[in-house]
Design a protein. Structure first.
Length: 94
């Protein structure tokens, strides 16, 4: 692994620091949540108790077996079957 250059050290320390307090950084790669989260935005995500999630909350989750991560807004909750239904703000349908 290459050594960090001076310019990268503060960024690496900052990213390590957020992980120490329970946050995981993600970069927004698509426009599905615009204008709330423009493409290229940096999101800091923390684990949450599913019981604390409400309709209207943005959540970050794994979409598939390839471990693709998405952030979308909760549009409905099925507590009985433990499912969240989500939609990107810029998407016309879920």
């Amino acid at each position: 692994m290459p050594a960090l250059t001076r310019a990268r050290r503060p960024l690496a320390l900052a990213l390590a620091g957020v992980r120490l307090v329970g946050l995981t950084p993600y970069v927004v790669l698509s426009g599905s949540m615009e204008p709330a989260y423009p493409t290229g935005s940096l999101l800091y995500v923390r684990k949450a108790d599913p019981q604390d999630i409400r309709v209207g909350d943005p959540i970050t989750f794994v979409l598939n077996e390839q471990l693709t991560v998405a952030t979308h807004r909760v549009i409905a909750i099925d507590r009985e079957n433990q499912r969240f239904y989500t939609q990107g703000d810029a998407n016309p349908a879920p």
